[in-house]
Design a protein around this ligand. Structure first.
Ligand code: SF4
Length: 347
């Protein structure tokens, strides 16, 4: 096992991906310690989002809030606005809760302890393992989608996901070395992202090509096996976009709990499982509304959403929400689904 980890670490020393939150292996050898705040922030942002999409967000966050204490002191609305577009908004709310807990309970320093990390808001087993290993070099196995694929292939594991997770985790734990576990965790992720890719793994240049059972047996492209997902239901709703002649828009902040919680959005109807043949919900202001041609389509984790968009130009007093001036609001403050509705009004 130690040989296998060494082969991968040798490869990582040469081929590690450059990322703004990462401490490169050469810097670590020179004595630079990873920044736990950067590791935590990047791991939360990377959940269900790609590295390419996260880089700009990470840079903006760390420029505006360079330490966890700075983030803990931020206004909720500012953080939600910076997060807009990354999706999964419960993560942003938990991000703030976690930053504040790190300040209140740990003096502004992330604890170098797996159990203490796990006790923080929004930190589950995966993130706790990632911070433990990457930030503090503790030997915890990290199992993300890339690592699952690599483990399934080197052990030629044909049990389908998600049932295979504990088996793959056991393999990942057995392989995790005591020396340089942080670099090792990142090395497996990099291997999965750059060499052991889903469709066409580059086995010829893989540091694990000799022991890999899937390469020997020709099964790599079909692994990992996955249990087919159920088709997502489709929900329907209506949003009301009201613009004042001075360019202000009528918006409301959604309740903290639930989907898009705490984010700005257009007032609108509930989202229901039946197709609607007319606009739904109560308009937030009494005026003449126009149904826009086209519709907004957006996919959440558990359902597809189709929104009808209503548009009005008015300076009447709203029943719900508040007009935000151009100085108070920019479209980038909106979560993606709401921004799509905004974009439709501009066509
Ligand atoms: S040899 Fe091929 S299938 Fe096996 S781990 Fe390497 S890239 Fe993946």
């Amino acid at each position: 096992m130690r040989e296998r980890a060494k082969d991968l670490l040798d490869w990582y020393d040469v081929h590690a991906r450059v990322m703004p939150w990462r401490t490169p292996p050469a810097d670590k050898r020179a004595g630079t310690r990873p920044n736990p705040y950067a590791v935590w922030l990047s791991e939360v942002m990377l959940q269900q989002t790609t590295v390419a999409a996260v880089k700009d967000y990470f840079t903006r966050f760390t420029t505006r809030w360079p330490t966890v204490a700075d983030l803990a002191a931020a206004e909720d609305g500012d953080v939600m606005a910076e997060w807009a577009g990354l999706g999964y908004y419960a993560r942003a709310r938990n991000l703030l809760k976690c930053a504040r807990a790190v300040v209140a309970q740990h003096g502004g320093r992330f604890p170098a302890d797996h159990a203490a990390l796990l006790a923080l808001p929004g930190i589950g087993p995966y993130t706790a393992a990632a911070i433990s290993s990457i930030a503090f070099d503790l030997p915890h196995a990290v199992l993300d989608g890339n690592v699952e694929r690599v483990m399934a292939r080197i052990y030629d594991e044909h049990t389908a996901l998600p049932a295979a997770k504990p088996i793959l985790m056991a393999h990942a734990e057995a392989l995790t070395p005591v020396e340089r576990p942080g670099d090792y965790a990142q090395a497996v992720m990099d291997l999965g992202a750059t060499i052991c890719t889903p469709k066409s793994p580059a086995c010829g240049i893989c540091p694990w090509r000799t022991p890999c059972l899937a390469r020997q047996r020709g099964t790599a492209p079909e692994l990992p096996k996955k249990t087919p997902k159920k088709a997502k239901p489709v929900r329907h709703g209506t949003v009301y976009v009201a613009r004042r002649p001075d360019g202000a828009y009528l918006l409301e902040r959604r309740p903290d709990r639930g989907l898009l919680g705490g984010m700005l959005g257009w007032p609108g109807s509930d989202w229901v499982d039946v197709s609607l043949d007319r606009p739904a919900g109560t308009p937030p202001v009494k005026t003449d509304w126009t149904v826009l041609q086209g519709e907004v389509r957006h996919t959440f984790t558990h359902f597809h959403l189709i929104l009808t968009v209503m548009l009005a130009e008015t300076d009447a007093e709203p029943d719900t929400g508040r007009f935000l001036t151009q100085a108070e609001f920019g479209p980038s403050d909106l979560p993606t689904v709401m921004r799509k509705a905004f974009d439709l009004t501009r066509h």
